[in-house]
Design a protein around this ligand. Sequence first.
Ligand code: RB5
Length: 149
Amino acid sequence: MKIALGSDHAGLPLKKEIIKHLESKGIEIKDFGTLTEDSCDYPDYALAVAEEVAAKNFDFGILVCGTGIGISIAANKVPGVRAALCGDTFSAHACREHNDANILALGQRVVGAGLALDIVEAFLGAKYEGGRHGKRVDKISQIEKKYNK
Ligand code: RB5
């Protein structure tokens, strides 16, 4: 499994915790920045990770900003990306099972590191169920096509 990660300055410490956790499990990762605590703009890192995930160069993406909101909104502008902002483990597995989410977004100012790592585990451990959910996910793609995203 290959995971692309990105954050702004407000998500940097949590992203580092997640990277340490994934690496300890032998999961291949690439960090698309930011790499310093200097103030920066979350759309830049959302775009970098979202493009890689949409191109299927990585299995999943994980994005972190202060709330997880801005970085997930930005990532969802890239066609083929279904970024889910999760603050609990139920949403983290349900967004994989029902929505085929391919990016997990987290808010460093919202969740503690312990919960965030459980959320990451729930997300990566769950599988898309397809079936009745397929037609709904297809309708999301049709919305993208309608607006030429
Ligand atoms: C940065 O201060 C903060 O606005 C950003 O990390 C994020 O929370 C935006 O949605």
